[in-house]
Design a protein around this ligand. Sequence first.
Ligand SMILES: [Zn+2]
Ligand SMILES: [Zn+2]
Length: 116
Amino acid sequence: MLTEKEAKKFYNSADWKRKRAFILARDNFECQECRNRLLRAAETGEILIGKDRYIHYAQQVHHIKELKDYPELALDDNNLESVCISCHNRIHGRDPDSIKAEHAEAKRPKQWQEFW
Ligand SMILES: [Zn+2]
Ligand SMILES: [Zn+2]
């Protein structure tokens, strides 16, 4: 288990910033949740409407198994996926505070913004 403070420190670390860039590039900046939704719809014949028809641009990297519960998987490629903001909100139950804490957006250094 990580404390809030430890998690925050992790999200500000150079290791995480490097890893996040790597994961976004690996996923071609495509939201993996959107991708799964489209694949699922293609299989089941489900009709998608509006914005759900597209794979959105991924801006964030999500820990599939939560960082706080699985700190040993913090930098594990298999535990990381690129996600768009709306999918990320959905995954986290639309709790904007947890997203904010997780990604520490306010503190993102300037040179980092080109990835967004
Ligand atoms: Zn998405
Ligand atoms: Zn997340």
